[in-house]
Design a protein around this ligand. Structure first.
Ligand code: PMP
Length: 383
């Protein structure tokens, strides 16, 4: 497989088959190395004059610069480190100017469905662009379209660029939930046409605990700080409420930041910026082609990332047996996308039914897919 050394998977030699990348991807070598190299100098960011603190501050701000490049940030954009995508989208939801109309599809992950205040909810359908045009033509005042880059259930890549062009024609802004797109394709905000992008380190081959919201700074700088506390405040007077808040990323990054998470995440971003992503994609597409198609929202008319879900009887039981009897890790259930999974025939409740999801990425091989298909066959599961 065409992966350079530093993008190899930590623990790849272990004797199990991980096909649940969409939940959390395994860590790559470059992230582990970045953490190992940082720990001897580990200290509090932006706080101290000592060598550890200075070096940590430099590492943190360098991580921000790398992430800015990864998302194709523009001059003056904010690149804010968050805990994960959920946190990033909630931050943006709190930063919306008063009276902003939000528009969202019902095919979203809950992280991009629930933070928005009273959204106009569109049915995910064969013509999402037309649906957005129709919805935005009736909106007055500021508006935000929140859309996923790639579905965590079907793996389908949404027509983000076309949606963004329509949104912009109506003066609306666009946030792309890139949690599932970022591990598989570039997420340059200019190319996507996004005003904001959000993603998570743990789905991008870095350890848990760091995510990103990046994009236009005006709403973010004008908003109430997301986390009130040290770091977010420049000066605090004696009277309650007498606070001068920081602008820029610090405004929303109150408290001691997750330096290790940010550095690991940025190390992966840097490696991916230099990787041959076309070759990685070609390999991923060949793995996809080896699998039955599974459920789709757009009827197979859109490109996909390495995520496929199947409507099978008792998906939880199948996932359990794959794990126990074959050491294969997949996921069963509603994938925090209840309306979408119901629409795709995956049952009606959170703990019953759902779908069986197979997802993969860097380090996945044809042997993994063959082994899964043989195991499903042995279990008598038809996908
Ligand atoms: N959006 C999508 C499309 C996702 O797949 C996920 C994670 N399953 C999220 C958002 C939320 O990511 P996190 O749990 O890292 O906040």
């Amino acid at each position: 497989m065409p992966v350079s050394d530093h993008l190899d998977i930590v623990g790849a030699e272990l004797d199990f088959t991980h096909l649940d990348y969409a939940a959390s991807a395994p860590c790559v070598r470059v992230a582990a190395d970045a953490v190992r190299d940082l720990l001897p100098f580990y200290g509090s960011v932006h706080r101290g004059a000592g060598l550890r603190s200075q070096r940590s501050t430099l590492a943190y701000e360098r991580a921000r610069d790398v992430v800015a490049e990864f998302v194709g940030a523009r001059e003056g954009d904010s690149v804010i480190f968050t805990r994960n995508t959920t946190d990033a989208l909630n931050l943006l939801a709190r930063a919306l100017p008063a009276g902003t109309t939000t528009v969202v599809f019902d095919g979203e992950h809950h992280a991009n469905l629930l933070p928005w205040p009273s959204p106009v909810r569109l049915a995910a359908s064969a013509d999402p662009v037309g649906a957005v045009r129709e919805a935005l033509s009736r909106v007055r005042g500021p508006a935000l379209l929140a859309v996923t880059g790639a579905s965590n259930v079907t793996g389908e890549i949404w027509p983000v660029r076309e949606l963004a062009d329509v949104a912009h024609a109506y003066g609306a802004r666009v946030v792309v939930d890139a949690a599932q797109l970022a591990p598989h394709a570039p997420i340059d905000r200019g190319e996507l046409g996004a005003d904001y992008v959000a993603f998570s380190g743990h789905k991008l081959y870095a350890p848990f605990g760091a995510g990103v919201l990046a994009g236009r700074s005006d709403w973010l700088d004008a908003a109430e700080p997301y986390l009130r506390g040290g770091g977010a405040s420049l000066a605090v007077g004696d009277a309650p409420g007498d606070v001068t808040w920081a602008t820029g990323p610090a405004r929303h990054e109150g408290g001691t930041p997750n330096l290790v998470g940010a550095v690991a995440l940025a190390a992966v971003c840097e490696a991916l910026l230099h990787a041959d992503r076309a070759a990685l994609d070609e390999h991923e597409q060949s793995l996809l082609a080896a699998l039955p198609a599974g459920v789709t929202l757009f009827g197979g008319r859109r490109e996909r990332v390495g995520i496929v879900s199947y409507a099978v009887p008792d998906p939880a039981g199948v996932a359990d047996r794959l794990g126990r009897e074959h050491a294969i890790g997949v996921r069963a259930g509603m994938f925090c996308a209840h309306p979408l999974v119901r629409k795709l025939g995956g049952g009606g409740s959170c703990d019953g039914g759902g779908l069986l999801r197979v997802s993969f990425g860097l380090g996945s091989t044809h042997d993994d897919i063959d082994y899964l298909l043989r195991a499903l066959d042995e279990l008598g599961v038809c996908v």
